[in-house]
Design a binder for this molecule. Structure first.
Ligand SMILES: [Zn+2]
Length: 217
């Protein structure tokens, strides 16, 4: 953690925080948090911002794409509801759902603090529940919806589960393993191919993170 980071973190904790701090600080904090350390409650400030996702658009007709986007937004609303549960539990608010043939078969939100479990990211929790629901560790007919670009662990878990399609909200410029810092899904060295769409309800996904850090002030 750099000196600047320590200052920002101590300000967040309410120590020597200037009263005229601009609201943009919270955008910065929200943009910063998604390192694994922050998922487990340790603050680290990075100078990067939430960004609209780029690329990863499926090749479909305009009409198909429009229908798909609408349905993606509906499932992302479910993931956002899960993120809200994390927020209420004092966890970093990331949510995920697994959808199979038009129904939710797995649901998860970050439980790192609750379970003292470094692997309890929303996506992992949702994938585990989906496996139990379907009685299968392979989830080849499933789509994973996550409010934030999955990290390397969660992206890897989605590959192992053979998830058919991944949809996520905001990019994570700090830890995202779809395209931001790594490319785990659809890595040329891996056999499994997954359809990916980013940027679905990205603003809402980022907003709930901002609320989290605002409340921690
Ligand atoms: Zn993760």
């Amino acid at each position: 953690m750099s000196g600047n980071d320590e200052n920002a973190a101590s300000q967040l904790a309410g120590r020597s925080r200037p009263s005229n701090r601009a609201p943009v600080e919270w955008n910065l904090l929200a943009s910063a948090f998604l390192s694994s350390e922050l998922r487990t409650g340790e603050l680290r400030i990075e100078h990067s911002f939430w960004q609209p996702a780029t690329g990863h658009r499926p090749l479909t007709t305009a009409s198909d794409a429009s229908d798909k986007l609408l349905s993606d937004e509906l499932w992302m609303e479910e993931a956002l509801r899960s993120a809200q549960r994390a927020l209420e539990a004092g966890e970093v608010p990331v949510g995920a759902v697994v959808v199979c043939q038009g129904r939710v078969v797995g649901r998860g939100w970050n439980r790192n603090l609750t379970d003292c479990d470094p692997t309890a990211h929303a996506e992992i929790v949702a994938l585990r529940e989906a496996g139990r629901t379907l009685g299968n560790h392979r989830l080849g007919d499933c789509e994973l919806f996550a409010t934030i670009e999955p990290c390397a662990m969660c992206a890897g878990a989605a590959v192992h589960a053979r998830v058919r399609r991944l949809v996520y909200g905001a990019d994570d410029p700090k830890a995202g393993a779809i395209h931001s810092i790594l490319q785990v899904v659809n890595h040329p060295g891996l056999n499994h191919r997954m359809e990916v769409r980013g940027g679905v309800l990205a603003g809402r996904s980022a907003e709930i993170l901002q609320e989290f850090f605002r409340n921690r002030r």
